[in-house]
Design a binder for this molecule. Structure first.
Ligand code: ADP
Ligand code: ZN
Length: 751
């Protein structure tokens, strides 16, 4: 008897081991086993069993398995099959793919692997764990004391004030001297240290009142019926639930989930960013109670493992989380909902480059489950599937709450409308007036700008050179919140002061462009007395963003300025104005999806206005008012945009009509990187002949990243087969050991 085992190494294949006498009959596919790999002992997962020895190997020479960890396979058969298929689809090493599915406690600790009790003990020990949290004191504002603050203590206090209470362990990630800085703040009476329940439990920390299913409107009713019918037949089917923001998609999910639970089925709900959607979790708890596994990055390994097991054992039937929740070992999977399916974050851009939206359909298909993709701005990829009749479209055409209407949209052409009284060109005169109106009416406004920092770039005043990161071919961004600081948004580089210009060695720079910090500053200066807050990754990582949104919801903020984070599905009823400060920023990216992303960003952020009964207003500032993505977003005309963009894609030979395979090559040595890229392109050309185009190689738009030079080559064909043929051939090419090659199937990022 032999077992084919996947071990966590970046090699494309699995390895055969002999099953020793005493383990026969116990080892099953999906079980974790201990095996010898080279000189190491590794935990692997059995993919399949066979009676035959591996071809061409002497059976006596096949190494035996060293041990078995599970009587019941860790990975259920359905999930294991899916993972193997995913690995093939993305040309990814099976061992790496399995790591996505097994929480690290389940896969690590080889030394204690024999100790089966380990996991259970670990689970018990951390239940209800507390942690130390630093809280800024709002009651003392003694400017004298604060003036004494220097360095990190000062920065940390600002961070606490802006981002709300934070765990000290989290603060240590951002501040090297977090502990002593917090101590200092405590001594000065500026902050408190409290013991609180771990963040992981934050989704469950407040009681929610149970609610009952709402009476559906006719469109919701039709959608729920279609989904329930599909569930009842037990055959797999995928749907696109297209409904404007606020049309009641979530209520549809809730009712279908309920139907699924009645059939004893398991459910996975995928959302773009779980930290930004605690309301969604709250709505699930209100409907189904606390037997929900919320998978998110704030979980410790042990907590993750605990949730994983409760799903695996069928004690919990609903898993909610970001893309990796797709791998939840839910029992009798009958339903997968992908909320905001158009969102780019479903694509993982490192390691195994999978797209959770596409794979949700695959997993559902193989499991005989129903898959619902929901969005107000469906991706063109889903749109194409509808047209090919591979998935069925369900439409919710209007907002669910009676009287809630879509906002009025007004375009501000930045080419001929100047700055308002603030002098900041992104706060145009019409926007300034609207903000004044909103403030006088005691309503709230959201301003969206997808640029963090104070000024996105610095230009040498002497010779005009842009200051770049020393490690990346990226302009450095000026940040000012914690004193002047230059930062690279792609690597960890930061510098407190301007670097000498690489051309003329001077350090006189002009600040170019406007980031969220600069807007915030301009608003504070222009609207004295208004409460202004900012939401971006600099003030709010992970669950911290919720603190800012809570303040918004509680009416403690009048104007919220932020990045993409403000566009996600928050339900903020008092928001009467949404401003898109620079609609063109996303258009200029070197990326075939730039228009699609611009369109959905604008529509999504506009959807935040006027959610609860009163008419909202949206101002879109642009220098390209005639660009179709902007034009159609302003008139909220999804059909027209889709027609336009599909014909563009067809003409330019891009997805959904063509398939792409991106081959990325990077190396510290630019020459080696370029030569390898050329070598790979030549091999690919030979293999595919006329069945596919090979574009490039060329330097990547992001030509240097963390001191590695990057080249890319794009393979394109209407069919998948030639791309895979090329990929397998590329896998055989011997290249310089310093070179890294990454294959990206259906790439999203073109950088
Ligand atoms: P979406 O997910 O499409 O943005 P939601 O499900 O969040 O929409 O619904 C928007 C608002 O309408 C929510 O406040 C929700 O409670 C409410 N709502 C949804 N369906 C109904 C219904 N059938 N009757 C009354 N209110 C509803
Ligand atoms: Zn950098």
């Amino acid at each position: 008897m032999f077992a084919l085992v996947a071990v966590p190494v970046p090699l494309g294949r699995a390895f055969s081991y002999a099953i020793p006498e005493h383990l026969r009959g116990h080892v099953a596919a999906g079980a974790r086993v201990l095996c010898e790999f080279g000189r190491r002992k590794l935990l692997g997962v059995v993919l399949e069993l066979s009676d035959e020895p591996p071809a061409g190997l002497d059976p006596a020479k096949v190494k035996p398995l060293l041990g078995l960890l599970d009587d019941e396979p860790a990975l259920p058969a359905e999930l294991l099959r899916f993972l193997r298929e995913l690995a093939e689809y993305y040309l990814a090493p099976i061992g790496e793919v399995l790591r996505l599915a097994l929480p690290s406690v389940e896969r690590s600790q080889v030394e204690s692997a024999q100790d089966r009790e380990l996991f259970d003990q670990a689970g018990v020990a951390t239940v209800g764990a507390m942690q130390q949290v630093a809280v800024a004191r709002g009651d003392v504002a003694d400017p004298e004391t604060e003036r004494k603050l220097r360095g990190q203590a000062k920065e940390l206090l600002t961070a606490l004030r802006e981002g709300g209470p934070q765990a000290i362990t989290t603060l240590t990630e951002r501040f090297t001297n977090a502990r002593s800085a917090v101590k200092r703040l405590e001594q000065l009476g500026l902050a408190l240290i409290e013991r609180r329940a771990r963040e992981a439990d934050r989704f469950f920390s407040e009681a929610v009142e149970r609610d009952v299913p709402k009476r559906l409107n006719e469109h919701q009713q039709a959608a729920v019926e279609a989904l329930e019918d599909a569930l009842a037949t037990g055959a797999s089917k995928s749907f696109l639930l297209e409904g404007v923001t606020g049309s009641g998609k979530t209520e549809v999910y809730l009712q279908v989930v309920e139907a699924c639970l009645k059939l004893s089925g398991g459910v996975i709900v995928l959302v773009p960013e779980i930290a930004l959607t605690p309301q969604l979790v709250a709505r699930f708890r209100a409907r189904f109670g606390d037997a929900i596994a919320v998978l998110h990055s704030g979980l410790s390994d042990v907590e993750r493992s605990r949730m994983w097991r409760s799903l695996r054992e069928g004690r919990v039937a609903i898993a909610i989380g970001a893309r990796s929740a797709l791998f939840a070992p839910v029992r009798d999977l009958k339903l997968i909902c992908v909320d905001e399916e158009h969102d780019g974050s479903f694509k993982q851009e490192e390691g195994v480059r999978y797209n959770a939206r596409d794979m949700a359909m695959l997993r559902a298909h193989r499991a005989g489950a129903v898959c619902v993709l929901g969005s107000a701005t469906p991706s063109l990829s889903s749109e194409a599937l509808v047209r090919k009749q591979r998935i069925e479209r369900l439409i919710l055409p209007q907002r669910a709450i009676v009287g809630a209407v879509l906002p009025d949209v007004e375009v501000v052409n930045l080419r001929n409308v100047g700055a308002g009284p603030s002098g900041n060109r992104l706060i145009s005169l019409p926007l300034h007036r609207e903000l004044e109106r909103v403030l006088s009416e005691k309503r709230q406004a959201i301003l969206f700008l997808n640029r963090r920092g104070f000024a996105p770039s610095l230009i040498c005043e002497v010779c005009g050179t842009v200051a770049e990161c020393p490690n990346c071919s990226v302009a450095l961004t000026m940040h000012r919140t914690h004193g002047d600081q230059l930062r690279c948004h792609y690597c960890d580089f930061t510098s407190p002061s301007a670097l000498p210009c690489t051309q003329c060695k001077m350090t006189r720079y002009a600040l170019e462009g406007v980031g969220t910090e600069r807007v915030e500053k301009a608003l504070v200066d222009a609207f004295a007395g208004a409460k202004i807050a900012r939401l971006d990754r600099d003030v709010a990582s992970g669950l911290k963003s919720e603190a800012i949104l809570d303040r918004m919801r509680a009416g403690e903020v009048d104007i919220l300025v932020g990045t993409q984070m403000v566009t996600k599905g928050h339900d903020l009823p008092n928001v009467a104005l949404v401003g898109v400060l620079n609609a063109d920023a996303a258009l200029s990216l070197p990326d075939y999806q730039a228009s699609e992303r611009t369109f959905s960003l604008i529509v999504q952020v506009a959807g935040r206005a006027g959610r609860a009964g009163t008419r909202g207003k949206v101002l879109i500032q642009t220098r390209n008012p005639e660009h179709p993505a902007i034009l159609h977003a302003c008139s909220h005309d999804t059909r027209a945009f889709v027609e336009y963009e599909l014909s563009e894609r067809r003409e330019a030979r891009y997805p959904p009509y063509y398939r792409l395979l991106m081959v990325r090559v990077d190396c510290a040595d630019p020459g080696v990187a370029e030569r390898t890229a050329q070598q790979l392109a030549a091999v690919a050309r030979k293999v595919v002949g006329s069945a596919a185009e090979v574009l490039g190689p060329s330097a990547a738009p992001l030509a240097r990243l963390k001191n590695r030079h990057r080249y890319r080559c794009i393979l394109r064909s209407p069919k998948r087969e030639p791309l895979y043929r090329a990929a397998h051939a590329l896998g055989q090419v011997k290249v310089d050991a310093r070179v890294r090659i990454a294959l990206d199937v259906d790439p999203v990022s073109m950088l």
